[in-house]
Design a protein around this ligand. Structure first.
Ligand code: F6R
Length: 271
């Protein structure tokens, strides 16, 4: 696991965008797994900038981690009403880069057949050749996607109920600002499973802020447990990078060791 610590959110975002940008440059026909939430916004802004400077997304295939049940993209509806992740992706990234519409996959929160949709999504990822690089954030309760405490670490794409903490976090980050009443928030989501995420060939996890410090430490240094579903990162066999700002890294017991390893890798040209 490469644990990269940067001074602040901006530098962490710069680093994460650099990883994704290099990946796309080296493998134009790649399959990217993408996340929503507050954390990736800075990364996406930098990717948009890279695109304006020439980074080509025309061959990229994208799969998003998750979507609330009961919402879906409708660009005729004002943002306050449509808090879908589809709309988020459209506004924060897709409408600013040259990814092809037919290459974008976001779970359909309006599907009439959620279980059928979940199986189809898994198949679609396989048909695309699997995810080359999956970007993930980490929830306050340790989740990846919406795999809340108690979800199986082998889970596949499925419907999950949001935990009280996720409801509260997402209300504060998005719904409150949009003036949506708390009890009108969706309580369920379609999410890639932990098993689905672990099938990716590379994982890039990002986290920022002191509010994430405890959960980041549990994820990376605590026991592997379904109570912190992102702790499955410790069992992951592919290439994994965790990009943190100093605040999010502040509770890591072995922080100095991770910083030392990064310096060594740089020194020996292994970064
Ligand atoms: C979003 C997602 C979630 C978020 C997590 C962190 O697609 O799957 O797991 O990554 O809740 O959200 P923020 O970045 O808002 O703290």
């Amino acid at each position: 696991m490469d644990i990269i610590v940067r001074e602040n959110y901006e530098e962490m975002s710069e680093y994460a965008a650099g990883v994704i940008g290099r990946f796309v440059r080296n493998k134009p026909y790649c399959v990217l797994g993408l996340a929503t939430g507050s954390t990736p916004i800075g990364t996406y802004r930098r990717l948009i900038k890279m695109h304006r400077e020439g980074l080509d997304f025309s061959k990229v295939v994208a799969f998003n981690l998750d979507e609330y049940i009961g919402v879906g993209i409708n660009l005729d509806v004002p943002y306050e009403v449509d808090q879908s992740y589809a709309r988020f992706m459209h506004e924060e990234l897709f409408s600013h880069i040259n990814v092809k519409k037919e290459n974008i996959h976001i779970p359909d929160g309006l599907t009439k057949d959620p279980a059928g949709f979940c199986s189809w999504y898994e198949e679609e990822i396989k048909r695309a050749g699997g995810i080359d690089l999956q970007l993930v954030g980490i929830g306050g309760d340790g989740h990846w996607g919406f795999n809340e405490p108690g979800s199986s670490l082998a889970s596949r794409t499925s419907i999950q109920a949001l935990s009280p903490q996720t409801l509260s976090d997402n209300y504060e980050s998005f719904y409150k600002k949009a003036g949506v009443e708390r009890d009108k928030m969706p309580h369920f989501a379609i999410t890639m499973g932990i098993g689905t995420i672990l099938d990716s060939k590379n994982i890039l996890m990002i986290a920022s802020g002191v509010n994430k410090a405890d959960v980041v430490a549990k994820c990376i240094e605590g026991p592997v447990t379904s109570q912190i579903t992102s702790s499955a990162i410790q069992l992951y066999a592919g290439g994994v990078t965790v990009a943190l700002d100093k605040a999010a890294a502040s509770k890591l017991q072995n922080l100095q060791h991770y910083i030392h390893i990064e310096r060594l890798k740089e020194e020996y040209g292994m970064g």
